[in-house]
Design a protein around this ligand. Structure first.
Ligand code: DX5
Ligand code: ZN
Length: 221
């Protein structure tokens, strides 16, 4: 049977119940997803390296930063400083700096990830696909929760699995955006390793994390 890894997207959680929600989720999920935006790469600002340090105080699960920033090397440094377990940079601004960012992340003993926005093709990451630890396929336009699911992006997940097998690589494949009941079948057919679950799949279902969790589990089983 398939082992699904779940990664709640913390920008969609209720901040007034921060500690309770993390405590509840901790034994049930595999990592937390932290969206970091600069108001420039996308027109929004959400979490930050400082937030990573706050989550650390209440959870020991791996934290994964999804960077939506224009000046990626600057933010990679800040995320290395707070020892973020997975540092995932945007492929679209990595030209000329990808190898040095990956080296810096690995030198700090952390994992390097790269993100493909909906319009971005796999070819752009081919030069360093053999040294990357995780690839995130965006299934919505980045920047906001609760956006239109872009089913056409799922073929990239299938293709990334094919490349991984053919070239004997070991990167993890993650999907991010509108992971919910409506799309669960399509997503599980594409078969990513990590499912980011946000507002539409978990936190926004009810006002209570335990109820939301049972509703979600009921949906995907
Ligand atoms: C959007 C973020 C997602 C978002 C997903 O830019 O990358 O992580 O929180 O939320 P849902 O699953 O509700 O679309
Ligand atoms: Zn994200």
């Amino acid at each position: 049977e398939r082992r699904i890894q779940l990664s709640p997207s913390l920008m969609t959680m209720d901040l007034d119940q921060f500690k309770e929600e993390i405590t509840f989720l901790d034994g049930k999920v595999n990592s937390y997803h932290v969206d970091i935006m600069d108001g420039h790469f996308v027109p929004n600002i959400t979490l930050s390296p400082w937030f990573i340090e706050q989550v650390r105080k209440v959870s020991s699960l791996p934290l994964s930063a999804h960077m939506m920033v224009t000046d990626a090397p600057v933010w990679v440094k800040k995320l290395i400083d707070v020892k973020c377990d997975y540092i995932c940079f945007p492929s679209e601004v990595a030209n000329g700096v990808a190898f040095s960012m990956i080296d810096d992340i690995h030198a700090a003993g952390l994992k390097a990830g790269v993100v493909l926005n909906p319009e971005t093709q796999i070819d752009i990451i081919k030069p360093y696909i053999d040294v990357i630890d995780k690839i995130t396929v965006m299934t919505i336009d980045p920047g906001f929760a609760g956006q239109k699911f872009l089913a056409g992006t799922l073929s990239k997940i299938v293709e990334l699995r094919r490349i991984r097998e053919e070239s004997d690589l070991s990167y993890e494949i993650e999907m991010d955006g509108s992971t919910n009941l409506k799309h669960w079948k399509m997503i599980s057919d594409a078969n990513p390793d990590v499912y980011v679950i946000g507002r539409s799949g978990l936190f926004g279902l009810t006002d209570n994390i335990e109820d939301s969790w049972s509703q979600m589990v009921e949906e995907y089983e």
